[in-house]
Design a protein around this ligand. Structure first.
Ligand code: M6R
Length: 363
């Protein structure tokens, strides 16, 4: 039931304060402010995490790589399932394999899980559907608690996957002695603020709809970010092409001069995802590079970033201020709304985009 919403996708976007609260209550102890580590998951016993997934779930894993490496000092390899399964990957026995999948049925991801099991690797499946094949076959089934996702374009599953992985990164950091209990508690308190920040992010919907209305004639749109905003740029581009059918490419902002900048013409829309973080200045210099080539800049940032970039971009969307653990999720909401409003303005079938299935159970 779509309730008051015209599309499941919009309903699912707006459910995120609630779905993220559920994810957090599953992984965090709200009294002690610590991570409730799921049974069987021992991050002190491993020296590497391998995350394997497809599509949007892969981008959630990519965000998690930044978190595990930065907070827990734990090495993470991230792989596309269809590549991993046929590549003869070299697996070290002390690795933990985490497959990430909304459905828990994606053929390539399931094959990757079975491959890892055949090498006796410890496996965990982070899934939305706990009755799924991956949840049954992995050593540890980790729920994301997003509730049924009907829209083919994944929204609430992505933010819950990212949020669950963020809690696990904090838990891993503490289990490995990389941070003390006070620092872990501070991270948990920070994550606990996420649902309220998401409520505020959703209030940007009208502003984003206005930006979306200016994109409908674009023949190509670029999405740029740095650090954890790279996967958000890739996710923003995927979401847009999936439901609006406009050609879109996400890039690490620093890669631009290595080729893609040749595609920038006068008026080419370039979406820059840059909250005020450690890499903000670097991204701003990439913004200036594309602006100098005539690009039409659309900056999605936070209050401090908006202030610093005044005069550099005519179009600025100011999303809520967030810490490094929460910012990727807040910025992802901006991307979901941008894709949604663009598609609605173009009149496409938002919930059932052409050529796509909700669950890809054949390779
Ligand atoms: O069910 P899964 O999470 O394994 O699905 C993976 C991808 O097929 C999925 O995320 C796809 O990319 C979405 N349509 C993206 O919105």
């Amino acid at each position: 039931d779509k309730g008051q919403y015209p599309h499941y996708m919009l309903k699912e976007i707006h459910e995120q304060p609630e779905t993220l609260s559920r994810t957090l209550s599953h992984y965090l102890d709200p009294i002690e402010m610590r991570v409730d580590m799921p049974d069987g998951l021992d991050f002190a016993a491993i020296d590497r995490v391998i995350i394997v997934a497809c599509g949007t779930a892969y981008y959630a894993g990519m965000v998690a790589k930044y978190m595990f490496e930065q907070i827990a000092g734990l090495a993470v390899d991230i792989d596309i399932a269809s590549e991993f399964r046929y590549r003869d990957p070299v697996l070290s026995p002390k690795s933990l394999m985490i497959v990430v999948s909304q459905s828990g049925e994606t053929a390539d991801t399931l094959a990757a899980l079975r491959y890892a099991k055949s090498f006796n690797l410890k496996t965990a499946a982070l899934v939305n559907v706990m009755t799924s094949t991956m949840a049954r076959e992995a050593d540890i089934a980790l729920p994301i608690k997003a509730g049924p996702e009907i829209g083919v374009a994944s929204t609430k599953a992505f933010t819950s996957q990212t949020c669950a992985l963020a809690t696990l990164a904090v838990g891993a950091a503490f289990a490995r002695g990389h941070i003390d209990a006070d620092t872990a508690a501070a991270h948990c308190r920070d994550l606990a603020t996420l649902p309220q920040r998401v409520v505020e992010a959703l209030l940007c919907s009208d502003d984003i709809a206005q930006v979306a209305a200016t994109l409908i004639d674009a023949k190509s749109i670029f999405f740029l970010g740095r650090g954890p905003m790279v996967p958000i740029a890739l996710e923003g581009a995927l979401k847009l092409k999936e439901i609006s059918y406009i050609h879109a490419e996400g890039y690490a902002a620093g890669e631009l001069k290595h080729g893609p900048i040749a595609l920038i013409e006068t008026g080419t829309p370039v979406i820059i995802i840059a909250p005020d973080d450690a890499l903000f200045e670097k991204t701003v210099s990439n913004l200036q590079e594309v602006a100098a080539r005539g690009a039409r800049i659309i900056l999605l940032t936070d209050a401090k970033g908006a202030d610093a970039a005044k005069g550099l971009s005519k179009t600025i969307v100011t999303l809520p201020t967030a810490t490094p653990l929460c910012a990727p999720i807040i910025q992802a909401i901006g991307q979901q709304l941008l894709a949604y409003h663009t598609a609605v303005t173009l009149g496409t079938d938002v919930d059932q985009p052409r050529n796509l299935a909700k669950s890809v159970t054949v390779e």
